[in-house]
Design a protein around this ligand. Sequence first.
Ligand code: GDP
Length: 463
Amino acid sequence: MPDANNDDASADPGSLRTPIVAVLGHVDHGKTSLLDKIRGSAVSEGEAGAITQHIGATAVPLDTVSSMAGELVMADDFDLPGLLFIDTPGHHSFSTLRARGGALADIAVLVVDVNDGFQPQTKEALDILQRTGTPFVVAANKIDTTPGWNPNPKAPVQETYEAQTDRARQRLDENLYEIIGQLSDSGFSADLYWRVQNFQNNIGVVPISAMTGEGVPDLLAVLMGLSQRYMKEEMEIDLTGPGKGTVLEVKDEKGFGATLDVVLYDGTVEEGDRIVVGGVEGPIVTEVRALLRPRALSEIRTEAEFERLDSVQAASGVKLAAPDLDDAMAGAPVRVVRGRHLEKVIDEVEAELSEIEVDTEDEGVVVKADTLGSLEAMANALREAEIPILRAEVGDVAPRDVAVASTANEDEHRVILGFNVDTLPDAERELDQQGVKLFGDDVIYQLVEDYESFIEEREREQQ
Ligand code: GDP
């Protein structure tokens, strides 16, 4: 792990911070399984202490990557400390990860089920990657399901691929080239990763199985290579300056009250630092009471669940305890004030929050979502489908939302679309009384589709 107290880090041009990696793809294509595999392998490689759990990010140190990927990685001389995987998979968490108007993640893995190919969320994810200019590789997952496939999790996946019977390889090839073709239709030149010379101009496709682990070391090696080049060319990070991060989740923890799971992408945060956090009602000014990192599972039985840290350096996942965090929002910025004017930092947080604000109209539906990022993604999807929005907010469906929705003139707008949120009991009752319809889902395109079918159904009934 990088030494958080090393004040010379910014003076050393070789000190690149850990690249932040997001995992995207269609539901059920294997994002969670891949992250579990990476986390599990890293733990079994004896690096348990360095692996963080359940704070939204998994740090995989270079040692672990090298011991998994072996000679695959060693071709170059790597000076990156490892990889930091955002372990809330899905493109909605990816769009939550924002920094300076772009995407926070430095690089990404697009997971595609080889049998299923491109699906709506694959396309959505690809659009986001294209829009944000995020370098990525494709993990063509579930190769173990290829009929006749003879697995060898111990060998580089290229070897395993070449050792298959002609029939098994042909079957896999059909699926792989379908994916390569679909990437090309979207304007990306792509090929199997061992045929790619330059991963920035060409998308490497890595055949993997998140189940057997085949290809996972190869994937890590490709990610290291890609970020090595990208970080050197693109990253200007001041590792010792006042920290900048993004809230992944707001969670109540016993003994600490409301806490924030934060991905720190720049600078450091120290215990006692004054911070500004984006909240439902605007910027919250508070002070860091504790910086917490979950202990490795094997240690939890004997010790407190969290380890306390004095300071944390980017890029890291960390749990941050501070007073007054109840109204903090997932997807909102966190900034350390240290040595800077408070007013200036508040202005910056306000500017970041307003950047994510959704344009609304006088007539339309009410939208609720769990994070700012998903609210923004919802708003984009609705705009594309030409569905007007009356109000868009982060949070569970509350009676006030029902009251707002019930003011709509058109029946088709007396509707609340809830993405990844719960409905408060009082609101449930109000829905019936006010004649407001609620649609809820955790897949954006599904939610939009459900609402569109509802409108079509109504139009049919009226004819
Ligand atoms: P997510 O929705 O993208 O996070 O997908 P999951 O990781 O939850 O995987 C969806 C389903 O596919 C689960 O039943 C997994 O066990 C299964 N799965 C994931 N990866 C593989 C794989 O490499 N091989 C096989 N055979 N099944 C897989």
